[in-house]
Design a protein around this ligand. Structure first.
Ligand SMILES: [Zn+2]
Length: 434
């Protein structure tokens, strides 16, 4: 057992459902045994109740739950920074040429190592990962994630039209390859499988029907929706019988409580009502939406419809893996929306970067906050002495204020420690075997 002495901050409540300030919780220590939090309270209280247990002091900064990224593309880790293009041009010129390189298994292995190391270095301990179009590359991702103990849900990306030919699959091959990956990786330790058509623009009705057959195996589902106006118009032309973009998925039974749709920047009210009615979640990707000029996410409409919203980095369209940056950009976007936006508090930002993601992925019983009984997945954010963040934390008047300064100023350089299921992990400590 270990007692961790730290300023422990999390959001056991839902700040969107009540008083945001009341959603925040703070304590001085956690007792961890076998990777699980067994007690929480003051350092003096835990030491008195568990005399003789070793104490690990995490002085300065904050200890928060491991971050949860609900939309991030593993094959794009080397393709961040393609600025100045709208979605479909960016895909064609930046993302997809890089994604085709993962046909080479050795290349995929190197990328999987860089990607999972990047998650660790950014304090992300759970993620719904948009995979590769190539099955061997998925084996490399799952292997790399398992080695680091990360909570990863991911799957083979499926497309059978419009994209460059080397990324296409037939529905028959998609079924066979996905079923094989599900058998070997779904519910293996902390790994799970997600059926992943790229978007209905590149997936025919036959392919989406194959996806529905795979969902029968109890796995997760993720895809893109309503990201960009040109994309939406193209989808409408490809599915003349569909009521709207969401209907292209819905009529195949792909909108469920285990479905996470990325973006939804331009939804109709009928789509919002359907998402809420089916219990599906939306992954809001603020830096990606900003970089591609996709639009300003209507968070208020989602919340008012009762849709569960989490955050995604959407690397490589997003500008990095660090979830606090996504939370800050989400805050900026809501401010820019004026009266149509939602003014987000520090409690909202911490919730969006942690527990909201755990809820979207059905992992809220295990991770997302630091309550007793949860896995000890945590990030110690502690800036270097003398840094502008350190100066600001010294002048914070309370926990909420300290969080506001962290979300404004923190970078991955301020990640002083990361734990997954009680084990401290270091990105550089996981070299890839040759
Ligand atoms: Zn994406």
């Amino acid at each position: 057992m270990t007692i961790y002495a730290a300023t422990v901050v999390d959001t056991p409540g839902d700040p969107f459902a009540g008083d945001p300030a009341a959603a925040l919780a703070e304590d001085g220590a956690l007792l961890v045994r076998d990777g699980v939090i067994r007690a929480r309270g003051s350092l003096a209280g835990l030491r008195a109740a568990h005399p003789g247990e070793p104490v690990t002091r995490l002085d300065g900064g904050l200890l928060v739950p491991g971050f949860v990224d609900t939309h991030v593309h593993y094959p794009q880790i080397r393709a961040i920074g393609g600025l100045g293009l709208p979605l479909l041009d960016w895909l064609e010129q930046c993302a997809l040429p890089e994604e085709s390189k993962l046909a080479d298994r050795a290349y995929a292995r190197a990328v999987a190592g860089e990607f999972t190391d990047g998650l660790v270095a950014s304090g992300t301990t759970s993620a719904l990962v948009f995979g590769s179009h190539f099955a061997p590359a998925m084996d490399e991702l799952f292997t790399a994630a398992e080695r680091r103990g990360l909570n990863i849900t991911s799957g083979l990306v499926l497309s059978d039209r419009i994209l460059r030919p080397d990324l296409l699959n037939s529905p028959e091959t998609a079924l066979a390859d996905s079923a094989d990956l599900i058998l070997r990786w779904h519910d293996r330790g902390r790994l799970r499988y997600a059926v992943t058509p790229r978007f209905s623009l590149s997936a025919s009705d036959e392919m989406l029907d194959a996806c529905a057959q795979l969902l029968g195996k109890g796995v997760w589902f993720t895809s893109h929706i309503n990201e960009n106006l040109a994309e939406i118009a193209t989808v409408a032309g490809l599915f003349p019988g569909a009521r709207h973009y969401l209907d292209t998925y819905c009529r195949h039974g792909l909108v469920t409580p285990r479905s996470v749709f990325a973006h939804n920047v331009h939804p109709g009210d009928a789509e919002l009502a359907l998402l809420a009615g089916h219990g599906a979640s939306v992954a809001h990707c603020p830096t990606s939406n900003s970089a591609l000029g996709s639009g300003l996410f209507p968070l208020r409409r989602h919340i008012e419809h009762g849709i569960h919203v989490a955050l995604g980095s959407d690397v490589g369209a997003g500008s990095g893996l660090f979830m606090p940056k996504e939370a800050l950009q989400a805050y900026f976007i809501q401010q820019l929306l004026g009266p149509a936006g939602m003014s987000l508090t520090p409690a909202h930002l911490l919730y969006l970067a942690t527990r909201a993601g755990a809820r979207a992925l059905g992992l809220e019983d295990r991770v997302g906050d630091l309550a007793v009984g949860k896995d000890f997945d945590a990030v110690w954010l502690r800036p270097a002495d003398g840094s502008t963040l350190a100066v600001n934390l010294r002048h914070a008047c309370d926990t909420s204020d300290a969080l506001a300064r962290i979300f404004s100023l923190a970078t991955p350089a301020d990640v002083a420690g990361v734990w997954v299921a009680g084990l401290r992990v270091e990105a550089a400590a996981c070299p890839e075997p040759r």
